[in-house]
Structure formats: C-alpha cells, structure tokens
Write a new protein. Structure first.
Length: 355
C-alpha cells in the first residue's frame, strides 16, 4: 500500500478507536506537570553558571546545597557543548536574605515620608548586624541609606560566596570564571503576572476568532482542545528535559498554540467548507498536507535544537524543546483527536454514512 493509499484509508474504518491514544497521551502529560521546574526569572533568586569537569551528579550537588546551606528549590543542570562542560545552579534567595531585603525596603519606604524615623531604623538595623555605626551617627539620612544599600549588597555577596566556596571545597569545581545572575522576587513576580495576563488574553482572542470563523461549538471546541493538548505536550517536554517555566518558555508555549491552530483550522475548513469527495476522504487529504507542514516545522526546529545543544545556547535550546515535543503531540492531537471528533460530529449531523 502506497503513502497516498495510507492517508486515503486512514479514516475508513472505526476511526473512533483513534481517540484512545490522545487520552493516554493527555494523562501522561498531566502526570508530568508537577515535575516542570520554575525558573528564577519568575520566582526570584540566583543563577550560578560554572565551567566544570566534575563527576558529581546533579542530585549529589543539589542535595549538598539544600542540606549545607538550607537553600530552597535548588535546580542543578550539567551541560556539554563544543565549547566545554558547564554546570548551572539555580536556587531561591535564602529566607534570611529575603527578610533582610524586606527590612531595608521598609526603611526606604518610611524615608519617603519621615527621614528622621527612617534614619533611626537604619542605624538600629546596622547595629543589629554589628555593622559599624559610630561614624554614621552624625551623618544625614541619605548617606546612611547609601550605607544601608552597601551593607545589603555585602551580605548578599557573602551568601553567594559561601555557596561557591562550598561547591569548590566539596566537589573541586573551579569558581574563578563563575557567571552570577540574580533576579529580585518582586521583579520575578511582576514579570510572571504580566506573562500570564498576556497568555490569557491571547488564548481568549484565539477562542473568539475560531468561534466567529466556524460559528459552531463542537468544531471550535475541538480546535481549542487540540491546542490545549499541544501546550500540555510542551509542558511535558519541559519536565522531561528539565526546561523551566520562564519568560522564554511562556512565549514558546504560545507559539505552539499558533502552530497547532494552523493545522487544525486547515483540517476543519477542509471538512466543513469544501464539498469534493466524502468527509473521510477529505480528512485523509488534510492529514497528508498537515503532516507535511508539521514535519517541515519539526525538521527546522530540530536543526535549531542540535545547534543550541552543541553550542550551549540556552534560550534556543529551551524554545526548541518546547516546540519539538509540542509539535509531536500535535500530530496525535490533530489527526487522532480533532479529526475523529469532527468526523463523528459531521457524520451524525448530516445523518449519512461516509465510509
């Protein structure tokens, strides 16, 4: 049987049985959701990137950091590329440092209305940490506030240096060329809220456009269910490949929704708007075209994935993982979920047998 015959006859039998696979895939994706990591871009924290040749496992390093320094949500990822091996360590800002930051911010907020009170609070905080205050007691509030900022940054650097020193001592990892990136919890929370709001509005607008175009509930709902399944697939891929939810991967998930709707709209249009051949024949023709479209996209993204993996280009790697896994799930969602549901609905609606 040739390829054309395969597509022509794909829906000739009891196509409703195809729905079993999408159900299984959806259940697997849902089970993987709790294992999707969250980037410090959203929660706030510290990212340390170090060149390394250590044989220590990611689990050993993360367990050590959690026990030794009481760090929260530690994520350790080892990466190998043509430029060498690196290890990326992410963790949430220690609670003691977060509390200190909150106190400093409270004092600054007080200083906006009552500099005298803020001056007294700043001196008390510096004294609490045995930070020399004798020479500051005669200074104006603005100078004391500058010293307060310097004090907080010093404490923050001390915490980071303790972690780096521990890694060096325990695992022999050189810390000379460490890249340190920090994201404030407030900035992370604001960014996350904005990203979620944009995503929600994007999905709402897509739903409106799809419904206005087809003007029937079942076909519109099938398109959106396929899109939701693709996003679940992208999230499952993130869990498998340890790719965190971040300001990079959230747009990638929305791109995935766009890719999904592309093939689903093509399928739905072919079945509902065109008249040549039977419904099942048109579904087979749409499947042939759609798989060619998706395969071309996967091939292009696959090249991006390989290049990003070889040269350790993190942003490209994250995006390509989401799009590749999501596109593979899209093949199941579109042709074994959306197509059977549409055929079932249209055949029942028309009261005809298109076998």
């Amino acid at each position: 049987m040739g390829l054309n015959d395969f597509f022509s006859n794909f829906y000739s039998g009891n196509y409703k049985l195809y729905l079993i696979l999408p159900i299984i895939v959806t259940i697997v994706c849902l089970l993987l959701l709790p294992f999707v990591p969250t980037s410090v871009d959203l929660k706030g924290g510290t990212v340390l990137t170090l060149p390394t040749t250590t044989n220590a496992s990611e689990k050993e390093i993360s367990s050590y950091l959690e026990k030794e320094f009481a760090l929260r949500d530690v994520s350790v990822v080892k990466k190998t590329s043509l430029s060498g091996s690196t290890i990326e360590i992410q963790y949430i800002t220690p609670q003691s440092l977060t509390n200190l930051k909150n106190k400093v911010n409270e004092i600054k907020a007080t200083g906006n209305t009552d500099s005298t009170k803020a001056r007294a609070q700043a001196l008390a905080l510096l004294k609490e940490y045995n930070y020399g205050t004798t020479e500051l007691e005669t200074k104006e509030y603005e100078l004391i506030k500058e010293e307060l900022n310097y004090f907080y940054n010093e404490k923050k650097n001390e915490e980071t240096n303790k972690v780096l020193s521990g890694i060096n001592t325990k695992f022999g990892i050189s810390i000379e060329n460490t890249n340190i990136r920090e994201v404030g919890a407030t900035l992370g929370a604001a960014a996350y809220k904005s990203a979620i709001n944009v995503s929600i509005w994007a999905i709402i607008l897509v739903i409106i456009v799809i419904f206005l175009f087809f003007r029937e509930f079942v076909p519109s709902a099938a398109v959106m269910l396929a899109g939701a399944m693709d996003i679940l697939g992208g999230l499952a891929g993130m869990a498998i490949f340890n790719v965190p939810i971040s300001l990079v991967t959230i747009p990638a998930l929305l791109m995935l929704l766009g890719y999904s709707i592309d093939t689903d709209v093509m399928l739905t249009t072919k079945l509902m708007k065109m008249k040549e051949g039977s419904l099942r024949q048109r579904a087979g023709e749409a499947m042939k075209t759609g798989i060619m479209m998706t395969s071309t996209a996967i091939g292009a993204i696959g090249i991006m994935f390989i290049i990003s993996w070889l040269y350790n280009i993190q942003v490209m790697y994250y995006i390509s993982v989401v799009l590749i896994v999501g596109s593979l799930v899209d093949l199941v969602a579109t042709w074994m979920m959306n197509a059977p549901v549409l055929l079932w609905y249209l055949e029942k609606k028309k009261g005809a047998d298109y076998k």
